[in-house]
Design a protein around this ligand. Structure first.
Ligand SMILES: [Zn+2]
Length: 276
């Protein structure tokens, strides 16, 4: 049960440290100029994060570690079998939880209403550390549900679930950094982790690029399942969605309503496109 006691403190520590670390990195070596001030972006995205946190706490008031602890002694499940070496159970647990997130993310791009929900994330015309928390509460609930269901079915070790969760928090901020790694570090790190240059491709307006690099921590699922696009240092990537390239940036309330609006709706303050 000691893993459970470290959960809250460890999660918040990694959350704050990863956010601040990436934010400082971005301020020192920004990859691209942002189209509006950081204060406006971070204010809007913080509100979305707060609402997602509250909705999630009310609708799914259970953490992955609590679910893992509750199914640890069950007769079903694969990853709680004592005949399987502990190291193998840990490795399989981290890989399977990552595959569940890859699958959930791919589903968000594959089904009409789920894509409407996920468009809140992709409609950001900029790409920085705050983009990682720009997700509609429905998407947050879906991702959480996918993780909890996977844990309930496979009964992975509680410690492995904690390590997977903390790595995912770090990776979410790191892979959305408005910064770029030195070429040699990209080559080394890109073999085992999603880097900002790899994930930036997924945020392109180009639909073929959007439908690639769905992974959360490891790039291996994309590589195995044929959806991987390696980063190209020379490539200029336009971020966002084709229909959101002009006009006002969507505000907080508009982003909450976005999945339920008619496709192609524009945020208030957006001038109709003119040809000239
Ligand atoms: Zn996506």
């Amino acid at each position: 049960m000691s893993w459970l006691h470290t959960e809250g403190g460890a999660s918040w520590s990694v959350f704050v440290a990863a956010f601040l670390g990436v934010a400082i990195w971005e301020s020192l070596r920004p990859r691209a100029d942002l189209s509006e001030s950081i204060e406006r972006r971070w204010g809007r995205h913080s509100l979305l994060l707060l609402v997602s946190f509250l909705v999630s706490a009310v609708l799914v008031p259970v953490s992955p570690m609590i679910v893992a602890a509750s199914v640890a002694g069950s007769r079903y499940g694969l990853l709680n079998k004592p005949w399987l070496p502990l190291a193998t159970r840990w490795i399989l647990a981290i890989l399977i939880l990552d595959l569940a997130k890859y699958t959930a993310h791919r589903a968000l791009h594959s089904f009409h209403f789920l894509w409407r929900v996920h468009q809140v994330h992709h409609s950001d015309r900029d790409f920085d550390v705050s983009t990682s928390v720009r997700a509609h509460p429905i998407e947050v609930i879906l991702f959480r549900g996918a993780s909890l269901a996977t844990i309930a079915v496979f009964a992975p070790p509680v410690g492995a679930v904690l390590v997977a969760e903390l790595t995912s928090v770090f990776e979410s901020f790191f892979s959305h950094a408005n910064a770029t790694l030195p070429a040699w570090l990209q080559r080394v790190l890109g073999v085992i982790l999603y880097t900002p240059d790899t994930h930036r491709i997924h945020h392109s307006v180009d639909i073929r690029m959007q439908n690639s690099n769905f992974g959360d921590i490891f790039p291996w699922w994309d590589q195995i399942l044929g959806t991987y696009q390696p980063p190209s240092p020379a490539a200029e990537i336009v971020i966002g969605l084709e229909e959101n390239q002009t006009g006002a940036n969507p505000g907080f309330t508009w982003m909450l309503k976005q999945p339920f609006l008619k496709p192609g709706s524009s945020p208030p303050g957006t001038e109709p496109a003119t040809s000239g």
